[in-house]
Design a protein. Structure first.
Lengths: 501, 501
């Protein structure tokens, strides 16, 4: 084979893989948005065929030969090509370790599990979902053993979502957070009614909330020709085929407009990151975000660091007033700012405030760690979930719908994902500090001018897609190593101010 | 190869083909419903990969060997298997005649053409769409020449949509209709203001019309676990992967509720036919309707023969009253019945009354015939379109949006499809006459009991999917040959009564 031919083949291979992932991603997306209820099996059959084809394509003899040849010619490849070959070979070497029939069966399982989870959540019926979740954990352990027999299976999956992450790192990271946040939360608890958030609750008709979503997407600077919004049980973001087609979703709760508002801003952050990939990365494995941690650093950056900041709220308050004139009577921007930052130990992770949020994540981390280590059965998950919520957050879980069934991650097979939310939150604060050295962020927010902020993120994070590993990317952007104390400093400062501590 | 193995392989092959058609169908559906505007190229790339894979799968050496072996063992196959092998081999022999790169390029062209057509229709810009339409006609002629070099290319495509149909048959069929309908229309024209349809126009908010759609789907007996509705520029029906997942779409016009109402009933008829396939046909080529003519016989059966009948309107009138109480003040069921049957030569095919409808189809038939025969250029289509509308319907076309750009068929590559609408209308009347021998249709409609009607159609038409060729299926159901005069008799009787002629 000639090198220039092989380089062309490399691009063709990735274009094909993008097409399969477009088709499969769309089938999942359709399943959560538009598909009729009774069609999960139908989707499962199709996904099993497509994932088998995708598997053959990406691990087939021809592909392996191509990549090994290119790997041997590494020094004659561009930096981008080198990274493509590295990522493709890494995933092939992993996939080769998983028997194809098990891989295909897992894809089918996930489709059915997602369907059963929806029903189980709707009807508060954990036993319905239990056998599926058992199989998912069991498969995750099995696959981890195939791919990295010497690693703890949970370490394997943590590393999958955040390159280099281990349980011992998480243990240290969470311990740091705990040591700073638990005292802060205790102090805040003593001033329980210091902040009144009744202005967030009332009657906010869905079609008005939908208009608000459009306005928020405009403010964030999302390109509506390439990003669309729809509604699902659990909000998410997905890109189909390339970053040119990105979808976010939200969930409208009629008596609480802030819930969807922050879903839109959070998912909007993911979408900004995805669509910000350099265009020449499209249809390659370098397109889109590099890791879940970096992804969450962007989504939670927009959601909290900007979206829950005083100048942002002051800027969008007039939009709230015009869409909800009756509901906003007698309410001011500062009331909204305080209300969306009220600290209140609660049941639902996605609705949690910034301070208690990490405790929700810690609970999931501990539960996953126990199940993946064989120290807790899936059957006992709800009981242990409820116990930890009582212990960490002091709340009593009234049903599994608002407990162990609340998140879609497990039904989608994502075990080891949750820690990246906490990690991303911490990355985000350090990035913001760095950004503030050259961008007057507060003035931008007050004036609703997001472009300087987006430009900084595009230049330092988004444009690179998956070109650099997360640690390297972060250190390039920060010009310093990661330091979680930036995050705890930020939280202490903000909430001491808010609560007059 | 052993016969039992080959029979298993036959089912596996079809399951794979269903998966690809699921993925490709969903990408089209998504393009018309949920996808952001700027994503046509992204979809085009994916479809070109998937259609190439689909092409390889269905015309590959292994597949051909399998089917030829099964064909040689025909006498040991079931009736269903025989038909599967026949249909698959027929399509392979056709596809083998089309070079793969041209086939793939055509799929890509259609995605872009659809996108350009949407814009062109929105902005009344035929020249924007013209080069795409030119390529579509050109490719249709070229493909027909590859597949059937001795046939007129238009005959080739007519036969594709309705097995056995030719231009000479269409010429005779349309001449029959014309000879009976043109005098009827002239008589009706003399009583132009005899029917007042102002009750159909007014202010009908979209969300109320959407509720009405749900009610109509319930009345029709559609299974909402397997059939869903969304909105598109041009209403259509599609099944994804199997008849277990069927989608209909409609288009809401705020000042005219009957437009969407009849789209829902028409597409609902298609969906009833598709979802009515016997379950054991799923994931095979026998799943779903056999031809466009039979498909339209069902959709137009529900739309017109039932949906525009007096007892049906009397049954659903209370639903209209409850959803549109203000708009229905002073209006009675008989007023609605008369209004939805008002004969009025007009611009838009999908909104046309039953009597003038066939003239809309005839115009398209004549235009397609001319372009496919090289007697008319695509560039001159709008002029000729407008001339024929003036000549046949006496109406002046004010812009291409309401003229040559109104239908989505051509942008989707469907040339030769239109005649099946007229043919289907005629099949439908003869089927209704036959049904009435054993089912008290009027009483069923009056009482809103669709099941006996649906059961007859399911038994005689739907369950068979594509097991029998259309002509055979029709004659089995009718126990008689096709007779278009049933249709003209029906129209004359109904409209002489309505117009007191």
């Amino acid at each position: 084979m000639q090198l220039h031919e092989a380089r062309e083949q490399l691009m063709k291979l990735q274009a094909k893989m993008s097409a399969f992932s477009h088709a499969m991603g769309l089938i999942y997306y359709d399943g959560s948005t538009a598909a009729p209820k009774g069609t999960a099996q139908n989707r499962g059959r199709t996904l099993s065929v497509l994932s088998e084809e995708h598997y053959k394509l990406s691990t087939g003899e021809e592909t392996v030969a191509l990549l090994e040849y290119l790997d041997s010619e590494k020094e004659n490849l561009t930096e981008k090509e080198q990274r493509m070959v590295y990522l493709l070979l890494r995933s092939i070497r992993q996939m080769q370790k998983i028997p194809m029939d098990e891989y295909v069966a897992y894809e089918e399982l996930l489709v059915e599990a997602d369907d059963q989870w929806h029903t189980a959540k709707e009807t508060n019926d954990f036993p319905l979902f239990e056998p599926y979740l058992e199989k998912i954990f069991e498969t995750n352990i099995r696959f981890a053993k195939y791919c990295a027999p010497d690693m703890h299976p949970y370490d394997y999956w943590l590393n999958e979502y955040e390159d280099g992450l281990t349980m011992s790192q998480c243990d240290v990271f969470f311990a740091t957070l705990r040591s700073r946040l638990v005292p802060l939360i205790q102090k805040i608890r003593q001033k329980q009614n210091y902040i009144d958030d009744t202005c967030l609750f009332g009657n906010f008709p869905e079609h008005k909330q939908a208009e608000f979503s459009d306005k928020l997407m405009e403010v964030l600077g999302l390109d509506r020709d390439h990003v669309t919004i729809s509604t699902t049980e659990h909000p998410f973001t997905t890109s189909l085929g390339s970053h040119f087609d990105t979808r976010i979703t939200t969930h409208y709760i009629p008596n609480n407009f802030a819930s969807s508002m922050y879903s839109v801003i959070h998912e909007g952050g993911h979408a900004l990151y995805d669509t910000g990939s350099a265009d020449d990365l499209a249809y390659t494995v370098l397109d889109g975000g590099v890791s879940m941690g970096i992804h969450e650093s962007q989504s939670r950056f927009y959601e909290n660091l900007l979206g829950r900041s005083r100048p942002f709220i002051w800027h969008i308050f007039p939009i709230m007033q015009s869409l909800f004139p009756l509901q906003m009577q007698g309410v001011g921007a500062e009331d909204i700012y305080r209300a969306v930052n009220r600290v209140q130990p609660s049941l639902i992770r996605v609705d949690a405030d910034e301070v208690t949020y990490c405790l929700h994540v810690m609970i999931r981390y501990e539960l996953e760690k126990k199940v993946m280590s064989g120290k807790l059965s899936v059957h006992d998950l709800p009981k242990e979930w409820n116990r930890l919520y009582k212990e960490y957050l002091g709340v009593t879980v009234p049903d599994d719908t608002r407990g162990v069934l609340q998140d879609s991650h497990w039904s989608g097979g994502a075990i080891g994902y949750f820690p990246s939310y906490a990690l991303g939150s911490a990355y985000g604060v350090q990035l913001l500090n760095k950004m503030k050295e050259t961008v007057d962020v507060d003035t931008c927010l007050k004036e609703g001018k997001m472009e300087p902020i987006n430009r900084w993120n595009r230049e330092h994070i988004w444009q690179y897609g998956s070109l650099y590993p997360p640690k390297k990317l972060l250190e390039m952007a920060l010009d310093a190593p990661f330091d979680p104390s930036c995050y705890t400093d930020y939280l202490e400062k903000k909430y001491k101010d808010l609560y007059g501590l």
